[in-house]
Every structure is written in C-alpha cells, then in structure tokens.
Design a protein around this ligand. Structure first.
Ligand SMILES: NC(=O)C1=CN([C@@H]2O[C@H](COP(=O)(O)OP(=O)(O)OC[C@H]3O[C@@H](n4cnc5c(N)ncnc54)[C@H](O)[C@@H]3O)[C@@H](O)[C@H]2O)[C@@H](O)CC1
Ligand SMILES: [K+]
Length: 471
C-alpha cells in the first residue's frame, strides 16, 4: 500500500525528525536513497543530467549526484541559478566529478530537482523551457520528491510541469502524485524512508495487488463455509430499457465472494436474468447486503424498500436520485462526477476540478462512503478516511463497467467487508482485471476476469508454486 500526506504533515514530521537527527542527516538519507533508485533505474553507461533548482530539492539531488559520481557514473549539472544552488551540495557534487553544462539538450536521462514540496504549481522561464524540452524529446526522467511544477497537495496543474517516468519521493507520497491531473506526470512512485514518523497521521492511501493478505480472511471461505455464511447479496438493477445493466450487475456480483445472489425486479426481467445465470435466486428473502440502482428505473421505491432490510447497501446510478437525508446503515454511494454534481447541486466541472473535496462533502452530508468514479477513483468514508485507486486503464471507460463494479462491490459487502474496504478493494480489482485484459474490452470481459483476479489477490503465488512441482 502506498500512502500520501500533505506538505504540512511532512513539514511537521521533518521538524520532529530534524530536532533529533539534524537537517543534514535528513538530507543525507534522502540523497543516499535517491542515488540508489537512480542507479537502479538508469544503466551505468548513460550520462545523467541533473536539473538543479534553488532549494533543498536541488540539494538532495546534488548530494545524490556526488554518490553517483563516486560509483563511477557520469553526471552533468544544469543549474537554474548558480547563485542559489545548495552550496554544500554543489561543492560535494563538483568535488566528486560532476560537470557543469549550460543546457540539458542531448541527454537521454534526466534527474528533475528543480522544485520539491516548497513549490507553487507552474514553471516559468528556464524551468518551463526545460519542461517543454522534456515533453518534446521524452528523455527518461526521475523526479526528486515530486515532478517540478505540480500542485503538490491538490494535484493541480497550472502551467508547465515536468513529466517523469519515475518519482522518488521522501518519507511518504504526496497527494499530487496520486490525485488529479498532476498524477499523470508522476510515473512510477517509489518511496525512500528518511526516518520521519507519520504513523497516526491521517493518510491518503492507495491499495495495490500486494495487499490481499489483510482482506483474505474476510473474503476467502473457510473450510466449514456454506452459501449463507458466505453472505447473500440482493441485487435490484436493470429495467426494461436497460436490461443489460441487470445482467452485468449480476455478472459482477457472481465474480465476487458472496455465496448466493437474489435478484429482485420485474418478472420478465427476473426471468431473463435467471435464463442467463441459472444460479440466481429470483425471490426476496434474507440478504446481508444490497446493490440498488444500476440501470434501474428512476423511482424512490427500490432504495426505500432495500433500506428496510437494515443491511449494508451499494447505491448506484438512478438510486442516487433518491437519497435519504442520511444513512443509518453502512452505505456506499458510487457516483461518477456528473452524478455527484447532481447529488450536491453543483456543476460537474466543479467536481472534476476538485474531486476529493466534493467526495468528502457528500460522505459527510449523507453519512455514507462515497466512491467517486473517474480516472483515479476515490473512496471516502464519512470519517474522512480516503483511498485512491491507481489500477485500471482508459479502456475501462466502457458501457456497463460501472454495473459490473457495483455488483462486485455488493458481493464484497455481503461477505463482510465494510463499505470503505469493499469499495476500495472492488475498484482495485476491477482495474486490475482491465489491466490483464488490456483492451479494447467490454464490461462482460471484466466480469469474467474478476474471479481470477480476486483469487490471485487473496492467494498470491509464492516462489516455488510452479505447475511442474506438483506431485
Ligand atoms: N526539509 C527537509 O528536512 C528535507 C527536505 N528535503 C527536500 O527539500 C525539498 C523542499 O525543499 P525547499 O523547502 O527548499 O523547497 P524547494 O526545493 O521545493 O524549493 C523552493 C524554492 O523555490 C522557489 N520556488 C517555488 N516554486 C517556484 C516556482 N514555481 N517558480 C519559481 N520559484 C519557485 C521558492 O521560492 C523556494 O526558494 C523537498 O521536496 C525534499 O526534496 C529532503 O532533503 C529531506 C529533508
Ligand atoms: K522535483
């Protein structure tokens, strides 16, 4: 799992660590970690150019340059302003053999240390020209702490910024590496531990494929499980116009861990659902969770009726038009930006410009977890806990993908995960399924792939698990 914190949180933790270890020691740790990551990512035969800005971000890179030179690498330095470059760092890099150059042109490997967490978004002058050269020539870029020029706390872009292939960030990721348009410029994110203590600080989290162990016990049936102990999910989705939504929501649900799925809907639709999926029980009865709304009729009845069961619920699509004042059960709302805008009575553009703030507002207002779908899906709990989903591909923007997701998350909810975990695990695996399928893909493909993605998440292959070793 990757975690991200705000600049204020990082600065506060730095103060505490520096009081103990000293600022120079923090920079020494940052530089040593950075040098290691650069050495791993860039072949030893390549010449690096380091773009050095006026602050400590440049300082980190200059000390890292000194390390790399001592390891026998060729490193050139391109200074934004020689008078302002970190003096001790510059002396160390030059003494180790780094050479000064006037411009980065001609290099294929770049370290971006123009600005770090002290920066305002948007580059100007020479720094902007460097960013444009990178955009045009696409050398391999390692960003130090953050790609220079991004909105570090909000992921905003306001003018030119550096596009990186790898960001080596210190202590924790920063929000702008994971959220908003800036996140597209971060590339792969790797974290260097510099000894800051951020435990207990609220964090923005991103689950990954390696996090299955913490959910395995809740998801994988025990040896004595039966269909009722595994959880029963009620699905109320689809309508005469959108019959496909019923099939896709059910297909998503069937890919999940619940032991049984009940479908509730018009007789004709229910018959069609059972024709395609004979395992479905088209009769009301006890359920441990509900999914309501995907492709459903625009009426208050389905949600109100499901809420009477007082079990956790996924509220999707048309059901979002009929929200109660506040939820008494563990609820997960699954809007996209337009739907969230309608829920909050604001413009879609406002939600797109600041998705996190709007998702938080809705979560608080309705006492519900909000899963805001988008290129970087957000999951926000009413108490403010937040996860961002990093998996998936643009091919997932396809009709019906949301119906599959709602059904799959419902199944996770029925099996006992809470709305926050069900939403974030569901979004992660839905995206991983799309990555496996590559693309173009359709929503039914995603549903078919999800079962095996869920299996691998909970029961990852261990070294030595090869086919050939079976007796
Ligand atoms: N403070 C610490 O203890 C540590 C800091 N570290 C590094 O220090 C960085 C933060 O250093 P600083 O606080 O010096 O900040 P930066 O290195 O981000 O640079 C800030 C400087 O750039 C100027 N500036 C900011 N945005 C600008 C813009 N858009 N256009 C033109 N000038 C701009 C500011 O006036 C300021 O002088 C971190 O990102 C990290 O790389 C690490 O060494 C670890 C320890
Ligand atoms: K940087």
């Amino acid at each position: 799992m990757l975690t991200a914190h705000t600049v204020a949180q990082v600065r506060a933790a730095e103060e505490v660590a520096a009081a103990d270890a000293g600022w120079d020691e923090l920079m020494r740790r940052a530089a040593a970690g950075l040098a290691q990551h650069v050495a791993r990512a860039v072949p030893a035969t390549e010449t690096l150019v380091v773009l050095v800005g006026p602050g400590n971000n440049g300082g980190d890179a200059l000390f890292a340059a000194a390390h790399l030179c001592r390891e026998g690498r060729r490193v050139n330095l391109c200074l934004l302003d020689e008078a302002k470059a970190h003096p001790a760092g510059l002396a160390a890099a030059r003494e180790a053999g780094a050479q000064m150059v006037d411009r980065p042109e001609g290099h294929r490997h770049v370290v971006d240390a123009i600005f770090g967490i002290g920066a305002r978004p948007g580059l100007a002058g020479t720094a902007a020209a460097w960013a444009e050269w990178i955009e045009r020539e696409r050398p391999f870029v390692v960003a130090v702490d953050v790609p220079s020029g991004i909105g570090v706390d909000d992921g905003r872009l306001d003018g030119p910024a550096i596009r990186a292939d790898l960001t080596v960030t210190f202590a924790t990721a920063k929000h702008g590496l994971l959220l908003g348009p800036a996140s597209a410029l971060a590339g792969r994110v790797e974290v260097v531990d510099i000894g800051l203590d951020l435990a207990g600080e609220p964090a923005l989290e991103a689950l990954d494929a390696g996090d299955g162990a913490r959910f395995r016990d809740a998801i994988v049936p025990g040896h004595d499980a039966h269909k009722y102990t595994r959880g029963v999910l009620g699905v109320r989705a689809g309508s005469p116009q959108y019959a496909g939504a019923a099939h896709l929501c059910v297909a998503g649900a069937q890919a999940g861990p619940a032991g049984m799925i009940r479908f509730v809907g018009a007789q004709d639709l229910a018959r069609r659902v059972v024709d395609r999926a004979p395992e479905i029980v088209a009769r009301r009865g006890r359920v441990q969770a509900w999914v309501v709304g995907s492709g459903g009729e625009d009426s208050p009845v389905p949600l109100a009726s499901a809420l009477r069961d007082e079990v956790p619920i996924v509220v999707d699509a048309t059901a979002l038009h009929h929200l109660p004042q506040s939820f008494e059960v563990d609820a997960l709302l699954t809007p996209h930006a337009g739907e969230l805008a309608a829920v909050l009575g604001v413009d879609r553009e406002a939600v797109e410009a600041d998705p996190l703030r709007h998702a938080r507002e809705a979560a608080e207002r309705y006492t519900a977890t909000v899963l805001l779908k988008g290129p970087r899906t957000l999951v926000v709990a009413p108490d403010g806990r937040t996860r961002v989903n990093l998996s998936g591909t643009p091919w997932l923007g396809t009709a019906g993908a949301g119906d599959v997701l709602a059904g799959f998350i419902g199944s996770l909810l029925a099996t006992g995960l809470d709305a926050f975990d069900a939403g974030s695990v569901g979004a992660l695996l839905h995206g991983l399924a799309a990555e496996r399928l590559r693309g173009p893909l359709v929503a039914s493909d995603v549903a078919r792939e999800l079962g095996s993605v869920l299996h691998d998440f909970c029961e990852p292959r261990r070294p030595g698990d090869g086919e050939g070793e079976r007796p």
